[in-house]
Design a protein around this ligand. Sequence first.
Ligand code: GRG
Length: 310
Amino acid sequence: MTERAAASLFRKRLDEAAAATESMLDALLSPHPLAGEVERPARLLEAMRYASLGGGKRLRPFLMIETARLFGVEGEGVLRAACALEMVHCYSLVHDDLPAMDDDDLRRGRPTVHKAFDEATAILAGDGLLTCAFDVLADPATHADPAVRADLVLGLARGAGLGGMVGGQALDLEAEKKTEPHAPPFVMTMQAMKTGALLLHAIDAGARIGGANAGQRAALDRYGRALGACFQVADDILDAEGDEAALGKRAGKDAGRNKATLVAALGLEAARTRRDTLAIEAIEALTAGDFGARADVLAEAARFTAARRS
Ligand code: GRG
């Protein structure tokens, strides 16, 4: 496949994954209580829907869906697991935007949840999405095999929790209070946790659902780690370049706050070189995994991650 054809297939598949994610999230966040629930309070549900519907690139669901597709697996199960991951991602954005954290007014081109509702509702909407994600994964509709469901729960918990995203966010906030410059290895570790861990889960879970063998999982693990690191350094660069209209959120907020970014730690040019090298590393990992042309869309996702403007 030519690079141009791969780019157009990538765009088509990303749009399809986004549409499927949107309609599954809509169904999962319905007003009807499930077995064991009493009722679903309307305002809280509205905030959870506001936080998760109608926006976002849906890159994480796309990555999980496409990784499972490498092994010929598609359908409702992987889509549910992808939505569970997107719920955790959306919760993290809601909490990250709170005044106690990044204090942002704009997200995905709209007022943040605590601005559109109120702070307490935003905290609870995040909590509700996080809990709902594990409900979705534990449900037999996600996978017939309880061992696969347990692996998915464990993988998401490890990626999202103390040693993953939440831990990375804590390191990021602590780093902001320091006055000395941040060493590149610290920034890379923090970013692998804060952002990389959930992106890696997308790939790992797709491989698990797809039934990848050990060699294939190792190659996809390398792809996922390089892609996650590439995504975050690209984010650092986009913030420094500061195109708020394209980003749909405040830009230029890292500079002057001693934020632990790779632009601050390495300089803009070196950060750009690292971003592009990581995209190449991700693509090489797919080549080593011997997936052939089936992996073209994932290779294109790495190019997109490095070149993205939002
Ligand atoms: C609050 C527990 C907790 C964690 C927050 C995700 C996160 C950790 C912070 C968000 C801050 C941020 C902008 C991080 C950079 C990477 C990132 C997650 C960007 C947003 O992801 P995209 O670009 O967003 O995939 P969309 O809107 O497309 O889904």
